[in-house]
Ligand binder design. Structure first.
Ligand code: C2E
Ligand code: MG
Ligand code: MG
Length: 679
């Protein structure tokens, strides 16, 4: 009976081990019989104790479960959970089954480890986890969980939606990647505070969208606790525009431009001050000031609502260029500023070029195509200065010069620009005294007949030579004169001077010539404008047709008033021209209703017309249409022979531009064009 003694040895080893381990562990021995049935050959006290309060049938039920396990598992050793209820109470046991001998008799040792409480805990935890997960996943606010060293543990669905990331891309990545540089300091502070166990918040944090622009967000940080240790934090993000708390709103409004959502001038100053303060030895910081060219015209001719819509679109475009190294601000009306940190001059130039290209792409409003260009002025820390105001002013001076020298390009600040006015307010106060201090003069630019080469008309262009700041471009001071209303007096002064000049020539007996005077929209819409002109003509006894008034399309917003004034002027006998034609969004067919004599094609269409077929085609079309409506055409800004050829072949009568002559002082006009005529 070798076998039976072997079995006994195995059984006693097994039981001794179990008892050593814990005598209270329920243990059974089961013997398999020939018919594949099992009989119970041993039950310890602990096992019989489990089932003590219940009837025999339940014990059988449990045993049957165990037997079923044995039948289905043809293995020597295995574990499996079983569960049963006794008097409404759920019990869970981990059943370990061991084959003790596989000789003639087959005995299984069965031990049951009570897992009821463990399993319950697990279930409770799982319940919590499910609840937490549904709170996390289905939350309407974006939530990002990060561990204490700042790596992303999880993001919820809203985060993916709002920021556009595939969760896979972000998991395990440092959160820093998503935080804009200027927000970083406060972010780290908030993280520190939260890891110490307190929920904190951050009013505005710029978070990187997958497309590369930043979204201003309100952040709430809550400690992420596991086993009562803070092991990370949850960040709840909220679109700042939706944050309703007054305090947050006020903060937001204080630092943001409400039209475009960009940072405002106040934020610009604070951020720039911070950036400069933190600048280290070899930091390079660029201030890039962007001003839209002739935006006033858009506002005046399309109305402020349209102007605003365009500004928003432009802000969106510029917004594409925000990245970790820079920030975008709306400085005022149509002026935007980038502060770029850590980019070289070459990189900044490339940046400025890209901005110019971006802005020159057509914009669409109500299916209508608009074109906008911008001028850019740049100053750089530490080369142009170390103080905030100084750098801002110098970028502005560079912008002044860019505007003055033909717009639509960028310029870096250079020492000699220093003479320009540091700010508009100071310019305005000097402008107020310009007439009495005799700082104004008029230059005249000849208009050349392209067929005959004759010159018998000139455009009067105002010049201001300020005692302190030197020569100031009309492109800079005319807008200020217009805003402050001083343009009325200044315009009067120009008209007076021009009429005096015509009178002088007339008295000298020179050949009859005509002078064109630029009229600001404000002057034109005065009730008594035509009467004023008439008054001057009578005062100096000049021929009405020797005076030409240049009006821009933006002056002609009210059709009836425009018509009335133009009719009065026509009756007086002065010549009427439309200046900068093509930039004011009115059409020729609209203009044909008015008694207009001359169309002046804006320089922007002439510039590069020899290279750009589109410009040439626009200019040619304007010329043909103007002719068909009985108007004369003058091309402005002609600088190249090739442009003259194109204009000639399109039958353009007249041109003015540097190719023939710059605007020059009256003495030069007298010498070159008047002396030898009609003695
Ligand atoms: P505008 O009436 O369109 O005058 C033409 C501008 O083009 C002038 O600039 C002239 O110097 C410049 N110009 C002429 N030929 C060329 C050329 O070949 N190439 C380039 N790049 N530019 C050329 P300026 O004198 O600086 O005047 C700028 C603007 O200031 C004028 O534009 C006009 O709108 C305004 N302005 C000038 N004088 C007066 C004035 O007495 N009253 C008013 N209300 N506005 C004035
Ligand atoms: Mg003009
Ligand atoms: Mg013009």
């Amino acid at each position: 009976m070798h076998n039976s003694s072997n079995i006994r040895l195995a059984i006693s080893d097994y039981l001794i081990n179990i008892i050593k381990e814990n005598p209270s562990i329920p243990t059974y021995l089961l013997k398999k019989d020939e018919q594949n049935g099992f009989s119970l050959i041993y039950v310890n006290d602990a096992a019989s104790f489990i089932f003590q309060p219940v009837e025999q049938s339940l014990l059988e039920d449990v045993l049957n479960q165990i037997l079923a396990l044995l039948v289905s598992n043809q293995r020597y050793e295995f574990h499996q959970n079983i569960s049963f209820t006794i008097q409404n109470k759920l019990y869970i046991y981990d059943v370990a089954i061991i084959l003790l001998e596989d000789g003639i008799e087959t005995i299984y040792g069965v031990t049951m480890y009570d897992r009821t409480n463990d399993e319950k805990e697990k279930n409770v935890l799982k319940g919590y986890k499910d609840k937490y997960l549904s709170l996390f996943n289905n939350n309407l606010d974006p939530i990002i969980s990060i561990c204490e060293n700042g790596n992303i543990l999880d993001i919820n669905i809203m985060t993916s939606k709002m920021l556009g990331y595939d969760p896979k891309v972000l998991l395990g990545q440092p959160i820093e990647q998503l935080i804009e540089e200027n927000s970083m300091r406060n972010f780290q502070l908030m993280m520190k505070q939260t890891l110490s166990g307190y929920a904190t918040e951050m009013q505005t944090c710029l978070i990187l969208h997958v497309k590369g622009h930043y979204l201003p967000m309100y952040l709430k940080a809550m400690p992420l606790e596991t086993n009562s240790n803070v092991s990370g934090l949850h960040l709840v993000l909220r679109d700042i525009a939706e944050v309703s708390d007054d305090q947050e709103q006020l903060y937001y409004l204080a630092y943001h431009d409400h039209l475009t959502g960009l940072w405002n001038r106040r934020a610009l100053k604070e951020h720039l001050r911070d950036t400069l303060m933190n600048a280290v030895q070899d930091s390079e910081i660029s201030i890039v000031r962007i001003d839209l060219d002739r935006f006033k015209l858009i506002n005046e001719s399309l109305g402020y609502n349209y102007g605003d819509e365009l500004l928003k679109k432009i802000a969106d475009r510029l917004g594409l260029y925000i990245d970790k190294s820079n920030n975008l601000y709306r400085q005022s009306g149509d002026e935007f500023v980038f502060i770029i940190n850590g980019k070289s001059r070459d990189e900044t130039s490339e940046f400025a070029e890209n901005i110019l290209i971006e802005l020159s792409k057509p914009l669409y409003l109500d299916h209508q195509e608009y074109f906008v260009t911008a001028s850019i002025g740049i100053s750089m820390f530490p080369y142009d200065g170390k103080k905030m105001d100084e750098l801002l002013i110098k970028a502005d001076q560079a912008l002044f010069v860019a505007k003055d020298r033909g717009r639509a390009h960028y310029r870096y600040y250079q020492e000699h620009m220093n003479l320009a006015f540091p700010n508009d307010a100071l310019m305005e106060s000097h402008l107020r005294r310009a007439i009495e201090k005799e700082e104004f003069s008029i230059h005249y630019q000849p208009q050349v007949n392209l067929v005959t080469g004759e010159i018998n008309s000139f455009e009067a262009l105002l010049r201001w030579n300020n005692r302190k700041f030197g020569y100031v471009s009309p492109m800079n001071f005319i807008p200020i004169a217009e805003e402050s209303g001083m343009i009325m007096q200044i315009g009067d002064w120009v008209l007076e001077e021009v009429c005096k000049q015509l009178k002088y020539w007339q008295e000298k007996g020179y050949r009859p010539v005509r002078i064109a005077v630029n009229i600001s929209p404000k002057q034109f819409i005065q009730d008594n404008f035509a009467r004023k002109i008439h008054g001057k003509i009578q005062k100096y006894e000049i021929s009405p047709s020797s005076l030409e008034v240049e009006i821009t399309e933006s002056a002609m917003t009210d059709m009836q008033d425009t018509f009335t004034t133009l009719k009065e002027l026509k009756d007086i006998g002065v010549i009427i021209s439309i200046d900068d034609f093509g930039t004011g969004y009115s059409s020729l067919s609209y203009l044909k209703k008015y008694p207009i004599d001359i169309i002046k094609i804006d320089q922007s269409f002439i510039k590069d017309m020899e290279l750009d077929d589109k410009n040439a085609a626009i200019a040619t079309t304007i010329i043909q249409l103007a002719h068909s409506l009985g108007m004369e055409v003058i091309a402005e800004g002609v600088e190249k022979d090739r442009q003259v050829e194109i204009l000639k072949s399109a039958n353009c009568q007249k041109a003015q531009g540097y190719l023939f002559s710059k605007p020059v002082p009256i003495e030069r006009i007298n010498e070159s064009y008047m002396q030898h005529e009609n003695p």
